[in-house]
Write a protein that binds this ligand. Structure first.
Ligand SMILES: [Ca+2]
Ligand SMILES: [Ca+2]
Length: 269
């Protein structure tokens, strides 16, 4: 695949140069979604890059890097929230990985800590969130910036789109106090076995310019970003949606997905 792409790269780029000027403003594709597979069932969440660009970028970086795989929900308080993304359990011991540096608190984005939303956990310092997050298990409006006692509150960046029944199951697991959590679910422990970013692999996802068909104009858009080599960090618009797997990079994986979708369209016609 790589060799074929290299061979045609020059042609693709030339085509892009011709067609790019004709392109309308590209429409954003669907928001990224992340699948959290736990030992008690699956939860799918939709992220909000427009409202919380830094926080979504941060979350995707951890998810794409496999950071969350094997981590526990270690603090579970029914009718409040379930929190995870810090500890794992191995050889009879609790352990943790070092995180990336903390991020700014985007809690002024207008999103509210309603039941089923995800927000970043943090210390007493407003801009201290790293990897830990929680899923609200009630409408926790007192966590919003507008109502927060400390004037900052907690940044909502995603919402559960399927698997709230699993969130309910987790919230109802019996808990015990431990040194690192006043409410640790120990029997069973609740583990995120695999956390994966879901690629945007429908035909609609490859209609980058939103004109209703997958064609050369879309290929040109993809090519123009590829040629740019600037990366497609999720803090922007995922290269106008051409970063189909939300990896932060545009490469043969995205082109392959695009080609398959294009073929699907042609076959359907
Ligand atoms: Ca199109
Ligand atoms: Ca990609």
């Amino acid at each position: 695949m790589g060799r074929v792409i290299k061979k045609y790269r020059t042609h693709i780029m030339a085509l892009a140069a011709v067609l790019f000027v004709l392109l309308p403003q590209a429409l954003g594709q669907r928001n990224p979604q992340v699948l959290i597979e736990t030992n008690l069932g699956n939860i799918t969440v939709e992220l909000y890059p427009d409202e919380a660009p830094v926080t979504v970028d941060n979350f995707l970086t951890y998810a794409n890097g496999g950071f969350y795989d094997g981590l526990l929900f270690h603090r579970v308080i029914k009718d409040f929230m379930i929190q995870g993304g810090w500890l794992f359990y191995q050889d009879g011991q609790f352990k943790y990985y070092y995180t990336n540096p903390p991020i700014i608190n985007e809690s002024d984005n207008g999103l509210s800590n309603l039941k089923g939303t995800l927000a970043m956990a943090r210390t007493a310092a407003p801009d201290s969130a790293t990897a830990q997050f929680f899923i609200n298990h009630a409408d926790n409006l007192f966590l919003d910036r507008a109502n927060a006692a400390d004037g900052f509150g907690y940044c909502v960046f995603a919402t559960v789109v399927s698997g709230m029944d699993v969130v309910d199951i987790i919230a109802n697991v019996p808990v015990i106090p431990t040194g690192f959590s006043e409410a640790f679910p120990d029997a069973p422990k609740v583990e995120m076995e695999d956390v994966s970013v879901l690629p945007c692999d429908s035909v609609q996802c490859s209609d980058f310019n939103g004109d209703g068909t997958v064609n050369f104009a879309d290929l040109a858009l993809l090519s123009s970003y590829w040629l740019d080599d600037a990366g497609c960090g999720s803090a922007n618009d995922f290269c106008s949606g051409t970063d189909l797997n939300y990896s932060g990079q545009l490469n043969a994986v995205d082109l392959n997905m695009f080609a398959n979708n294009w073929l699907e369209t042609v076959t359907a016609d």
